[in-house]
Design a protein around this ligand. Structure first.
Ligand code: AOF
Ligand code: ZN
Length: 339
């Protein structure tokens, strides 16, 4: 039991090193009968899942007859990668310990498939140990917002804000190019390249005529391009980049649009503004993760998101998800919405 406790903690710590988005944070550990273990984690959308990673990291040692601890129920589907249930069966794993269920209808059901294949499946909460309950709670907490998004049939939503030190996203005359520096913009393009879709409001679509493409450091297009999305009722100028892009989607209703996007396979959506759309998403508790780039600049009575907050207790609280990072003279901080 001591070894299982340590392996579960290690799987959770490994999970936290991953990147959230189209996938939740997931870690796994292969645990042998002698109490030693090796871990693996999911590095982000399109990369192998945690279980095959842990199994691969176990090499050259045989995984036959070993226990696999995983922070999320192994998937049963072929998405961007193959089903983890099959990888586990092929590796000869005898017992799987699961910390949290996968609420994603298209990937769930892995526990049952494993049981039917003769693998012993145990949920951490059913061990009846206080430490197990505590770690199961931690596993759930790690992905609470991701679980909520998939349960509500919408993508996981990241909002990007590029702001001045005093929280303005544009100067009073609405000029906003460029508040943040080149390093911040390059960093933001890496995020663009790993999301499934990027959305702006019609105001921004009119004012900036954006392409919403992901570019690499050389300025070339990234191999995987997100779907451009516009929310709003004002028609786009016919000669704008977005109006001319046959992949671009326009929605007048945010709720219906999010459901439609999710059903089209958009698991991770990036919101890039402007301030009105940002306020709408924030006010409706639709921002799961916040990426804030802050430039060393004061803009005084510039433009902010028109969030309606009447008293301190009604402010929207976020929790830092990682330490702030220096990007040139800017700082980057990632926050998660409090559940
Ligand atoms: C697992 N292990 O490490 C992760 C899982 O598009 P795919 O193939 O990456 O599949 C995405 C879904 O798989 C995701 O929505 C979630 O339900 C699950 N993520 N499952 O067995 C993992 N990251
Ligand atoms: Zn999987």
């Amino acid at each position: 039991m001591e070894a299982l406790h340590s392996a579960t903690r290690a799987a959770l710590d490994a999970a936290a090193r991953g990147v959230r988005g189209a996938n939740p944070l997931v870690g796994a550990a292969v645990l042998w009968d002698d109490g030693t273990f090796t871990t693996g984690y999911h590095h982000g959308a399109g990369t192998p899942h945690a279980e095959p990673e842990a199994i691969r990291n176990a090499a050259p040692r045989s995984t036959a007859g070993a226990t696999l601890v995983v922070t999320l129920e192994p998937c049963s589907h072929t998405g961007r990668t193959g089903p983890c249930t099959q990888a586990i069966i092929d590796a000869g794993i005898r017992r799987v310990i699961i910390a949290s269920r996968d609420p994603n209808p298209s990937a769930s059901g892995g526990a049952q498939i494993l049981t039917e294949a003769g693998v012993e499946v145990v949920f951490l909460n059913d061990l009846g140990q206080p430490w197990a309950h505590e770690l199961a709670t931690r596993a759930h907490g790690l992905n609470a917002r991701w679980f909520a998004a998939v349960t509500h049939d919408r993508p996981f939503i990241t909002a990007k804000i590029a702001q001045s030190l005093d929280g303005c996203v544009a100067a009073r005359d609405r000029t906003s190019q460029w508040i943040t520096g080149a390093e911040s913009r390059a960093h933001a393009h890496l995020t663009r390249a790993r999301v499934d879709a990027i959305a702006v409001g019609t105001g921004t679509a009119h004012a900036d005529n954006p392409r919403l493409t992901a570019r690499t450091e050389t300025g070339a297009g990234a191999p995987q391009q997100p779907i451009p999305v516009v929310f709003g009722t004002t028609p786009l100028p016919t000669d704008s980049h977005l109006a001319r892009n046959p992949r671009a989607l326009t929605f007048t209703d945010v709720g219906a649009g999010l459901r439609d996007l999710h059903r089209r396979g958009v698991s991770h959506l990036l919101i890039e503004g402007g301030p009105t759309l940002m306020a709408h998403f924030l006010q409706h508790d639709l921002v799961d993760e916040l990426h804030v780039y802050t430039a060393p600049l004061l803009l005084g009575d510039g433009i902010r998101s028109p969030l309606s907050v009447d008293t301190l207790a009604h402010g929207l609280r976020f929790v830092p998800d990682a330490l702030p990072e220096a990007l040139g003279s800017d700082t980057f901080t990632r926050f998660m919405k409090e559940v």
